[in-house]
Design a protein around this ligand. Structure first.
Ligand code: BGC
Length: 716
């Protein structure tokens, strides 16, 4: 291969650069511009294309685009097919009419690995059928700061949960019937910036980087993930795209990752336009390639390709270094079968029937819905709390997220921001419509509000409630979609007009059921007491409306559990695994006092834990701790109970967290039944990263807890 051909393989452009345009705007309906496409794909021999030219396309359109792209590629010197990549992050986000499930934060609330695996496999099948074999998913950054606008793209705050669900997602993408690659992103430490805003500087000591942020990536690399995308931000003053310690020493040598490392969007350019660690494009390219980038998501011009050819020609970078990256890229293309198919999409008739995938997306939405509070008085049985509503009395529904399918789906839906209704999946109901379908339209009184509703609108709602005298009011609150920096926010409090709405309805003395449709926990402690029941729906996708309706009417017994700590105040961002010194303040309400704890979630039955015991009390490092606990269902409905095992390291050479999650499992318990549930925790999982960066177990006393039961042990 010529140097130019190799550099072409390392270059990724966005589809928009090769589409027909007028005054820099893409012309609709979209078509490839044959001159631009030939320039990119034949002259510059660009080896990878990404994205969608602003919005979703039908499978037929994808088939046309990708076939034409591969036909161009066949005319270049090497004839190597193009590797197409996309962000299909909660189902095929850029395929019209495809099946969209919950965003990752909702998937995390299911705590169900097989469901996550099945949803990923459904995505792989649909996206691969369009001729796209590469997905920029999963996000394995942690959601430990809800100010970060990409919080909802994560599996929440805990390293173990993110690791196990991350592995499940990779397996779902890569190990199914189609050839499809996952990308672990964004390596490493993205999402924990000082400001909470997207792509802003983070200070994360290496010990903490390894203790909290590395495990999910390590687990998914061990599971065979084919690609890794790099964090756009800087850590400790070093942009990650320029950090050869992280990208080469850690990722390659220590973790043994052999796949493709792709930059994030424009991130090599940002080294000289944003981070100011390089003088120009050439220096930025040298730094990034030397650090370990294989492929540059350029994605708008040929600056990277030209700079890299120059760098090799003038001897700054060796051709052997280029060969290392090109080999990895070609291996990935090989493994994805591109050399067999020429990258030509499967025949359109083979596009799978989407109905095949609806069940898993719907099930994931259902299992994600989390009941946070259930008090007040039931309309049928006054001794029971307000939920489930059942079929008595009129139900008044309003709120800014009640009439929007986009709100249920969030960002990366049809378009990057997910706000354009034009690309909504046809015939999928928003919440109010789903409630009408579930309860019958004569039980539902519907009042439409948009996101920016005013005090006058609130008064109108109040008058309408007084006039129609409903038995309860469902307020659909939360956020409208945003993606990346567009979701930066100065204040995590629930919006003022939404709080006013709650207050106004509360004055009417009608029970309120608050439903949050949002990607991060907005704080609302001042109005929380005014609502009888509170449900968190996250961003549940196309089947979210139905899932919420089934929980509210009681046809599904809610089983979702929070994958994060819900703060009580906008500035109290403590996670469940906080340190003892964080609650030094004498008033406990000043210490750790979240609105809802990590793992919290109610159901329509009552579970009691008892008789927790371990088979032994002294263990060595290679042992497995075995024990059992009784789980009794005292209520009238089968429980899909989540058993969480936490450990407490009593004393350690690095200040221990008050608790760490060490295991989780779903257990079904029928009404009246007691299940003796066995636990198995390898002692090795009680390790922590020491000052010398070695991850090892320290001997001493530990406690394991499950709910309010605990058992002590010693490691010698
Ligand atoms: C995001 C990535 C995404 C890429 C390609 C970037 O702005 O940070 O997560 O994969 O765009 O769309």
């Amino acid at each position: 291969m010529s140097l130019e051909a190799k550099v072409g393989e390392m270059t990724q452009l966005t589809l928009g650069t090769i589409l027909q345009k007028k005054n820099k705007q893409i012309i609709e309906p979209q078509h490839l511009d044959s001159t631009r496409a030939a320039d990119a794909l034949v002259n510059y021999q660009v080896g990878s294309i990404l994205n969608c030219g602003n919005h979703a396309h039908t499978p037929a359109k994808w088939n046309e685009f990708i076939t034409e792209i591969q036909e161009h590629a066949e005319r270049k010197e090497t004839q190597i097919p193009v590797l197409y990549g996309i962000d299909a992050i909660h189902g095929p986000t850029y395929t019209a009419d495809a099946v969209l499930g919950p965003q990752q934060i909702g998937l995390a609330a299911t705590w169900n690995e097989s469901l996550v695996r099945e949803n990923a496999a459904a995505t792989a099948e649909q996206v691969a059928a369009c001729g796209i074999p590469w997905n920029f998913s999963p996000v394995l950054d942690l959601g430990r700061d809800p100010r970060w606008p990409r919080f909802w793209e994560t599996f929440g705050e805990d390293p173990l949960l993110a690791s196990r669900l991350g592995v499940a997602m990779v397996e779902g993408y890569q190990n199914g019937d189609v050839k499809f690659a996952a990308t672990l992103k964004h390596f490493l430490g993205y999402g924990f910036s000082l400001s909470g805003k997207d792509r802003t500087p983070a200070w994360i000591p290496e010990r903490e980087l390894r203790e909290y942020f590395l495990p999910s990536f390590k687990a998914a690399i061990d599971a065979g993930a084919m690609a890794v995308m790099i964090n756009s931000g800087e850590i400790n003053g070093i942009p990650v795209h320029s950090n050869s310690y992280l990208l080469t020493d850690l990722l390659r040598e220590e973790l043994g990752f052999e796949g493709v490392v792709v930059s994030d969007w424009e991130d090599i350019r940002y080294l000289f336009t944003r981070h100011m660690v390089a003088e120009d494009y050439k220096e930025a390219t040298r730094i990034a390639v030397e650090a370990g980038i294989d492929m540059s998501m350029v994605p708008l011009d040929f600056g990277f390709s030209e700079a890299l050819v120059e760098l090799v020609s003038d001897g700054t970078i060796t051709e052997q270094r280029i060969d290392v990256s090109v080999r990895r890229i070609l291996k990935m293309k090989w493994d994805l079968g591109l050399f067999e198919t020429g990258g030509i999409p499967p025949a359109l008739e083979l596009y799978p029937k989407t109905s095949k995938f609806e069940k898993v997306a719907a099930q994931a939405a259902l299992e994600s819905i989390t009941l946070l509070k259930n008090e007040g008085q039931n309309l049928v049985d006054a001794n029971q709390p307000i939920l489930p509503i059942g079929s008595t009395g009129k139900v008044f529904v309003t709120g800014p997220t009640a009439h929007s399918l986009n709100a249920l789906n969030g960002g990366w839906t049809g378009t990057w921001q997910g706000t354009d209704t034009l690309y909504n999946t046809p015939n999928r109901p928003h919440l109010t419509r789903a409630l009408e379908e579930q309860f019958g339209s004569n039980q539902i009184i519907d009042f439409q509000l948009d996101q920016d509703f005013t005090a006058d609108d609130v008064q109108m709602v109040a008058r309408e409630i007084q006039a129609t005298r409903p038995s309860c009011v469902i307020l659909a609150l939360g956020e409208m979609p945003y993606t990346e920096f567009m979701g930066n926010d100065e204040d995590l409090s629930l919006f003022k007009n939404q709080k006013e709405l709650v207050r106004a309805v509360h004055k009417l003395e009608v029970p309120i059921i608050g439903v949050f449709i949002e990607g991060r926990p907005r704080t609302f402690s001042d109005i929380e007491p005014l609502m009888d029941a509170i449900v968190m729906a996250y961003l549940p996708g196309d089947y979210g409306g139905e899932a919420i309706a089934k929980v509210l009417d009681g046809s599904y017994n809610p089983s979702g559990r929070l994958p994060f700590t819900w703060p009580r105040h906008p500035s109290s961002h403590m996670t469940y695994d906080y340190k003892h010194a964080e609650i030094a303040a004498s008033d406990p309400s000043e210490g750790f006092n979240p609105q809802y704890s990590f793992g919290h979630g109610l159901s329509y039955t009552t579970i009691e834990y008892s008789n927790f015991s371990l088979l032994d009390s002294i263990f060595s490092v290679g042992d497995t701790i075995r024990g059992a606990i009784d789980i009794t269902n005292l209520g009238g409905r089968t429980a899909n109970e989540l058993v969480l095992v936490f450990s407490q390291d009593r004393v350690a050479s690095i200040t221990p967290s008050v608790q760490r999650l060490r295991g989780f499992e779903r257990v079904f318990v029928r009404p009246g039944e007691t299940v003796r549930h066995k636990i198995k925790i390898p002692v090795s999982t009680l390790s922590f990263v020491h000052m010398d960066l070695d991850d090892r177990v320290e001997s001493g006393a530990f406690t394991l807890t499950i709910a309010d039961e605990s058992a002590g042990l010693r490691i010698q």
